[in-house]
Design a protein around this ligand. Structure first.
Ligand code: NAD
Length: 367
């Protein structure tokens, strides 16, 4: 469904010129072709931690429809370093106190929230209220109720909201979606998937605090495995049963370490998944009536690889985050819903919430 978006003067100037191109060339595809380098949208990254510094800022050096226009950080030395490294003007640098002034900054069209999970809701809503379109990192929020509030706030402000689901723009993943959803080898009857890594980081990090992270390996890594099953089948799960294991309780005293689940889908496929902060997993295996396909690694930033009926996929890897951000910039220019809108984050969080309920009850829980 197309969202309605209020048009600001600046939007009018932009789409005015885009629209003229469309009129001359006569199709919405032509509008895309008119998104030239000089029309690139400005992105501000909020939170300059590992993911912003290691992946998003470097990816923004390869984007065609958007560029790194601003930053929001609580650390003055980071502001200084990033300003020099990425040539960011002083006027486009904010801290958490001055953040709302971003409303007056014409260089910034999109705010990208790359903060601990407990801060996603607040900064998404503040960004939308400041008139900016928003990308929010995964997991979208602490729970499904928060996701809904974020969706509602962005709708109310007539701003687009997208979740940082980079894999939807990744060609191996897109091939799995095609094979599964189009039933190329018949109906998918079984999906097995897991995602995790062995956490040996700071024992005081926000990722290990429930109040900041919402949970452990399930929230951080399991979200990919849940989504892997959903996009392989093209269906929404209806119930889940989960169990967990803790081998390092002193480290994971506040959050889940390893979680196993079984998901019930309407089409009857047998779907199992697992997530961990104590195992290096990253695979997705699908069995269909007349064939099979798999990815391993399935969820990383790069190096994805896969097989179809035992034969290598031979598909190139791309810079996922560049493709993801370019796509959202195009969506903003065309006033078109992203393929990974807030609703997609909400669907995953409904499953996560049900998995936590099942861990508590020991029973099947409806999603
Ligand atoms: P990080 O710990 O490296 O960075 C978090 C940033 O938030 C830091 O710059 C920190 O200073 C800042 N911050 C502001 N207020 C804070 C507070 N009260 N407590 C702690 N930090 C605070 O984390 P990260 O790995 O960059 O993750 C950030 C977000 O990005 C998370 O939502 C995470 O799930 C997501 N992420 C997504 C991917 C992906 O592949 N899509 C990969 C990694 C991280």
């Amino acid at each position: 469904m197309k969202p309605t978006i209020k048009t600001s003067r600046r939007d009018f100037i932009r789409t005015g010129s885009l629209g003229a191109g469309a009129l001359v060339l006569g199709s919405s595809l032509s509008v895309l072709a008119c998104t030239k380098a000089d029309k690139r949208l400005g992105i501000a990254l909020v939170g300059l931690g590992g993911y912003s510094g290691g992946q998003l800022a470097p990816a923004l050096q390869h984007t065609k429809n958007c560029y790194l226009a601003g930053i929001v950080t609580g650390t003055p030395s980071k502001a200084e370093d990033w300003s020099k490294k990425y040539n960011i003007p002083k006027n486009n640098i904010y801290n958490y106190q001055t953040f709302d002034d971003i409303a007056n900054n014409k260089d910034i069209d999109i705010v990208y929230v790359v903060l601990p999970v407990s801060m996603h809701k607040e900064y998404t809503i503040r960004a939308a209220k400041a008139g900016k379109h928003v990308i929010c990192e995964k997991p979208m929020a602490l729970n499904a109720a928060e996701c809904q509030e974020m969706i509602d706030a962005c709708k109310k402000a007539d701003r687009l909201l997208s979740i940082g689901y980079r894999l939807h723009f990744e060609p191996h993943t897109q091939e799995v979606m095609r094979l599964g959803q189009k039933q190329v080898f018949g109906k998918v009857t079984k999906v097995e998937t897991g995602n995790g890594f062995t956490y040996n980081g700071d024992p005081n990090a926000w990722r290990l605090k429930k109040a900041l992270a919402g949970g452990g390996g399930l929230m951080d890594m399991g979200i990919y495995a849940i989504q892997g099953a959903r996009y392989t089948l093209g269906e929404e799960p209806i119930a889940v049963k989960a169990t967990q294991e803790k081998t390092r309780p002193e480290l994971f005293k506040d959050v889940d370490e390893t979680v196993f689940w079984e998901l019930q889908f309407p089409g009857g496929a047998k779907v199992t998944g697992k997530s961990s902060y104590n195992h290096d997993w990253g695979y997705l295996r699908a069995q269909a009536e007349k064939g099979n396909f798999e990815l391993e690694p399935a969820y990383g930033y790069g190096g994805l690889d896969g097989k179809i009926n035992g034969k290598p996929m031979q598909i190139p890897n791309i810079i996922q985050q560049a493709a993801q951000m370019d796509d959202f910039a195009t969506c903003v220019s065309l006033k078109k819903q992203s393929r990974v809108p807030g609703e997609e984050g909400l669907k995953d969080m409904k499953v996560v919430d049900a998995i936590y309920r099942s861990l508590d009850s020991g029973k099947w829980e409806k999603i």
